[in-house]
Design a protein around this ligand. Structure first.
Ligand SMILES: [Zn+2]
Length: 135
């Protein structure tokens, strides 16, 4: 019979489980990757949060499963692609992303032309002087 140990909880989401906890996680999963169900026989496996922290998962021992580094990266990349349009929509709604295109300003107001009062029109001027002499 094994001694019962209190569940490990990360103080923050960035806290990594210590080696003893990682060992417990691996043994609990029978040394199998939770994604491909293949055997984990090499060091360098990842402690994956299931469900992901971003989707409401918690940084605690019972919510961490072992996964091959390759499997974990592939799954994380796929999740990021699936999440991208939703994230983009959220950022647009919050105003973190500016709307595409120019922000149009109001045009200058059209002023009425002042009327000429008390002034007479100047006589027309000859634009070009006739320098060529006719023979
Ligand atoms: Zn795997």
């Amino acid at each position: 019979m094994t001694r019962s140990v209190p569940e490990w909880r990360g103080k923050t989401d960035n806290h990594m489980p210590p080696a003893t906890v990682r060992q417990r996680i691996l043994e609990r999963a029978n040394f199998k990757c939770w994604i491909c169900e293949g055997e984990i026989d090499k060091p360098g496996w990842h402690a994956d949060h299931v469900p992901p922290l971003k989707d409401g998962g918690e940084n605690r021992e019972s919510m961490i499963k072992p996964a091959h580094a390759v499997c974990h990266r592939r799954l994380t990349a796929r999740q990021a692609i699936e999440r991208a349009p939703i994230e983009r929509k959220k950022m647009k709604q919050s105003g973190a992303i500016r709307p595409a295109g120019k922000i149009r300003s109001a045009p200058f107001p059209k002023a009425d032309k002042p009327k000429r009062e008390g002034k007479t029109a100047l006589p027309p001027k000859q634009l070009f002087s006739n320098t060529r002499r006719s023979a």
